[in-house]
Design a protein around this ligand. Sequence first.
Ligand code: ZN
Length: 404
Amino acid sequence: MLNLTYTYRLKLTQQQSQTYEAWLETSRRVWNFALAERKDWYQSRSCRIDACSLKSEYIIPSHAPRPTFASQCKALTQVRKTNPDLNAAHSQMLQQVLRRLEKAFIGMWESGKGFPRFKKQGRMRSLLFPQLGVNPIQGSKVKLPGVGWVKMQLSRPIPDGFVAKQAQVVKKASGWYVMLTLQADVDAPSLAPHGQPIGIDIGLKVFLATSSGEQIARPRFFALLQQKLKLLQQRASHKRLGSNNWRKAQHKVSRLHEHIHNTRKDFHFKLAHKLCDQVGMIFVEDLNFKTWAKGMFGKHTLDAGFGEFFSILEWVCWKRGVYFAKVNPNGTSQTCPNCNHHTGKKDLSERIHHCGECGFQTDRDVAAAMVVMQRGLRAVGHTVKMLGEGLSNSSPLTQESPVL
Ligand SMILES: [Zn+2]
């Protein structure tokens, strides 16, 4: 089963957008209400015995069960019967708000994210419809709950064999969008490993290096846009909260966020296609970006969007018939691709791999990419020749290639 998400711009009529605006507001209230319920429950439990005050007394009986997704859904169904606003909104969509809240709590328990926050007016931006009717897409129109047929700007065709299963309607600074989750009704044909292999190492100094010695520089546009963003945010912070100028400044900030996201995605797609042009197999490291982002690589990882890049690369590979696989990432930068010798940890500032055992020397990231490729080839059952006798010391240091 293969899932894809395609985003299209929606052309909502005034009435349609009024309906969705109202639903966003209802969703926001449901979120805040359900969050308050959970928060109250926690606070009633966290009251220290010596600090028990009037303010934080046990208002909720100690045996009251913790509010859960299921209990809150049940309560929602009850309230919907008497509350016209809630009743007017799509019930599955509202349940998704509760599910999102549940996820936010799980994120807090499991990955140490912060306590979920209340949403201010206008901060609820998306409506998730987990199910769509039969044949929800006809031509360039999509049938959405509550508003019926809506025109889409069909910037790219829905691929053959895919059916729209789920829709998330998002209100962005530049207008309304729908993110359609498309599912192939047939299983994706699994590709056999074939053709030229390539290994990829992602890094901080350059965006990525390949085992064939190519290095793709970190896109410069990103630093520039980041500066611009900082400037706009500063300007916005000087405006009086809630004033017209403040609103305008906020709008500019979110427009730029959107632009950064799009530019990055575009860069990722172009790069993925470029890599696929050259080879039949692509191997990458099986990295856990979530733990990575917490560590020293923090901001850089998120900025570069490596996780997003890998999913795009996987999808482009599938589409282009290129074999894609992930390999064990442990110690790729501590192994010599020429003789398999363990070279020990390199300092981040050490840009060159130099093997004390065989004398092989090349760029550090390229060496890591070579190791990734060798691991991938072994995993698919190829015998791996070490880079080779006679090659030692002869590999020239590669130049950074221009930004795509
Ligand atoms: Zn070596």
